[in-house]
Design a protein around this ligand. Structure first.
Ligand code: KIV
Ligand code: ZN
Length: 516
């Protein structure tokens, strides 16, 4: 394929802004254009100036602020459009006028009501008129991919003859299939005598989800410019996504031998976020390259692989596109390896035994919750490291409660020395009922002096943390803590934790007393 630099023509500010719901004011367009320059796109299509006075002003402002890239504006093949386009970009460092006219049978017959010869004449006149104003003129035969090939070749030859320096082949309605689109480009290269006097560009829409594939196949066939948008936004299902086109070429340089772009890929994420924020179009989490899940791994097998060698499950280094790092999401599919690494990362150094117990608690929580946050893990670990011998273990809890006349009742099962004890009690509320049942089983009398509950994490399935203070018969105060997605269970755990502390304290005390 030889060494070739593919020009990246960004149309986020024109076709991208045609996304339903997206509207950018002049200041926002300039902000994006300046970021597109940092991204090092070659051409910025700033708008369609005849479409509204606001768009005219925006394009003018962008043209005045862009320092290096070519700035282009769209125009139909009529003089008033070309005048507006010229007036909006004439102060640009490198201005280009982009004229278009539909060429397909369906557009000729139903939309334009013009014969083939008229189409060629209008296109040629428009290109000539634009060439009188600027030297850089691009022509697009709209709906090229549904245009009869022989006629398309005639149009392309005529506009190049008239002075177009770039001829763009749009797949306007996203109808093409890669093999077929590649043949269109090959056909033009082989059948348009003056084709080498212009750059062939492609502009693919994503109606069948093939915009990027069609653009890439066209590059292999000989296209020298790809038109695309950030995050793939654009009319209907959008345009080819810049980040996908660029990163495909870069990542598969073994396949696209010698083909490169000028894009600074480390600016990709920043640009994507800016465009999403300013257009109010969210990026789907699983979007290639820039989605929040693009470098996130949940399965234990994948996480283990990533920790051993990132390339086992990642074909792009996330840093290359602007992410800080890959993300190992702790959830129910995660394994020990990722858990251990994460625990270390958030600052805990646990023994193998404690780590194993924390991992077991994590798995129980992860089964109940969609997302396990760092705060959840910290709560689990704190439970593990504040280790008190577990004389009593809460084995089962069932509470019934409701508005009056229901009487809150709790059934509790506690394990002690491999034996299981069960009892039930009524109370003022479900927590009171559970505490009474636990007290009865454990035969430890206490007075509850403080009870606090807080949500450790966010969301409906947040972990609740209950901390309590109880006073023992000997008047000492002990604390107890429990965490669970069920606040009654967390309350019961906190109570059992406090009772275990009392028993442990009493045992230690009687040992030291007997030594005296
Ligand atoms: O999709 C299309 O055909 C266009 C042209 C104006 C290039 O956006
Ligand atoms: Zn388009």
């Amino acid at each position: 394929m030889g060494n070739r630099i593919i020009k990246i023509f960004d149309t986020t500010l024109r076709d991208g802004e045609q996304s339903p719901g997206a509207s950018l004011d002049a200041g926002e367009k300039v902000e994006i254009a300046q970021q597109l320059e940092r991204l090092k796109v070659d051409i910025i299509e700033a708008g369609f100036p005849i479409s509204s006075p606001g768009d005219f002003e925006s394009v003018k402002l962008v043209a005045g602020n862009v320092k290096n890239a070519v700035v282009t504006a769209l125009a139909r093949s009529v003089q008033k459009d070309i005048d507006a386009a010229y007036n909006s970009i004439k102060k640009a460092v490198a201005p280009r006028i982009h004229v278009f006219l539909a060429t397909s049978k369906i557009h000729r017959e139903y939309k334009l009501k013009k014969a083939r010869e008229e189409i060629i004449k209008l296109a040629v006149d428009a290109v000539k008129y634009a060439r009188k104003k600027v030297s850089d003129v691009q022509f697009s035969p709209e709906d090229a991919s549904r245009t009869e090939l022989v006629f398309l070749a005639k149009v392309v030859e005529a506009v190049i003859e008239a002075g177009a320096k770039t001829v763009n082949i749009p797949d306007t309605v996203g109808y093409s299939i890669p093999d077929e689109f590649s043949k269109v480009i090959h056909y033009l290269i082989n059948n348009v005598p003056n084709i080498n006097d212009a750059v062939i560009a492609v502009h693919c829409h994503n109606d069948l989800g093939l915009a990027v594939a069609n653009s890439l196949t066209a590059v292999v066939a000989g296209a020298g410019q790809v038109e695309c948008t950030i995050n793939g936004i654009g009319e209907r299902a959008g345009n080819a996504s810049l980040e996908e086109v660029v990163m495909s070429i870069k990542t598969r340089k073994d396949f696209y031998k010698g083909i490169k772009t000028n894009i600074d890929n480390r600016q990709i994420l920043k640009t994507s976020k800016m465009v999403s924020r300013l257009t109010n179009i969210l990026v789907q989490p699983n979007k290639a390259i820039v989605g929040s899940n693009a470098f996130a791994h949940e399965s234990g097998i994948h996480q283990d692989g990533i920790l051993k060698k990132r390339e086992t499950y990642e074909i792009i280094d996330p840093k290359d596109v602007g992410f800080k790092e890959s993300r190992l999401v702790l959830g129910k599919h995660s394994g020990r390896h990722a858990f251990k690494e994460h625990v270390k990362k958030i600052g805990f150094n646990l023994t193998d035994e404690k780590l194993e117990k924390a991992f077991e608690s994590f798995k129980i929580i992860a089964d109940k919750k969609k997302d396990v946050f760092d705060e959840d893990i910290i709560a689990i670990i704190e439970d593990e490291i504040s280790s008190v011998p577990e004389t009593f273990i809460l084995d089962y809890l069932n509470v019934t409660s409701g508005s009056r006349p229901n009487i809150p009742t709790a059934t509790v099962r506690i394990k002690k020395d491999k034996e299981v004890y069960q009892d039930a009690a009524c109370g003022d509320g479900p927590v009171d009922a559970a505490y009474k049942a636990i007290e009865r089983i454990c035969k430890v009398r206490v007075e509850l002096v403080d009870y606090n509950i807080k949500s450790v994490t966010r969301g409906k399935d947040a972990l609740g943390e209950v901390s309590i203070k109880v006073r023992s018969k000997k008047k000492s105060v002990f604390t107890g803590r429990g965490t669970s997605t069920d606040i009654i269970e967390a309350s019961a755990q906190a109570f059992v934790n406090a009772l275990n502390k009392i028993v442990s304290y009493d045992k230690k005390k009687s040992k030291s007393d007997s030594k005296i």
